[in-house]
Design a protein around this ligand. Structure first.
Ligand code: AMP
Length: 192
């Protein structure tokens, strides 16, 4: 199963991806996590990305595509993956589509988690208290939500036009939202 999770910062993509990974037995590829690992390792790429991420802006498309190509070349993606945090703009959506066509692994589903803006802000504030992510500071959060609206929201239409989009209500408990996703991607095999 090849799946991409779409949704604003705070919509629950990371949390649901972790659950889906256990259920589907495929790796969870989070571009935010890959970048944070580079920052933590102090690599050249990490040093380049650090300031951009702290401001809530997007790291360059070229860096992201290189990272993804690298990740997809690992054998654990042969049976599928859950992608989270990519694509963030239409150029990335096109690049991903071309990459997956090239390796003969087209996307099965794009799942959009829909959550109202007030709730996003509340959830990110909660995460800021718990995890202390640099980009969960108020100014960076405003920027990330703005970047989402301007650059990432059009990606939803990209997948709609490709007939791959399924929209899921992201409001509710972790279990409720998880069950909605499973019903959308495995209608013949609902859980719980
Ligand atoms: P996330 O954990 O997905 O919210 O990502 C955290 C930050 O990493 C983002 O605010 C961006 O600065 C950067 N980032 C993650 N994924 C991408 C991407 N696909 N394109 C550009 N920047 C990204």
């Amino acid at each position: 199963m090849r799946l991409v999770l779409l949704g604003a910062p705070g919509s629950g993509k990371g949390t649901q991806a972790a659950r889906l990974k256990a259920h589907l037995q495929v790796p969870h590829i989070s571009t935010g996590d890959l970048l944070r690992a580079e920052v933590a390792a102090g690599s050249k790429l990490g040093l380049e990305a650090k300031g951009v991420m702290a401001r809530g802006e997007l790291v360059s498309d070229a860096i992201l595509l290189g990272m993804l190509e690298d990740r997809f070349s690992r054998p654990d993606t042969a049976n599928g993956f859950i992608l989270d945090g990519y694509p963030r703009n239409l150029a990335q959506a096109d690049a991903l589509d071309a990459l997956l066509q090239r390796i003969g692994q087209p996307m099965d589903f794009a799942v959009q988690l829909e959550v109202p803006q007030e709730l996003l802000v509340e959830r990110i504030a909660g995460r800021a208290r718990e995890e202390g992510r640099a980009d969960d500071a108020p100014e960076a959060v405003r920027k990330r939500l703005q970047v989402y609206e301007e650059q990432t929201a059009p990606v939803v239409d990209f997948y709609r036009q490709h007939g791959q989009l399924t929209v899921v209500d992201g409001v509710g408990t972790l279990d409720e939202v998880f069950n909605r996703i499973i019903e959308a991607i495995e209608p013949s095999n609902p859980v719980g």
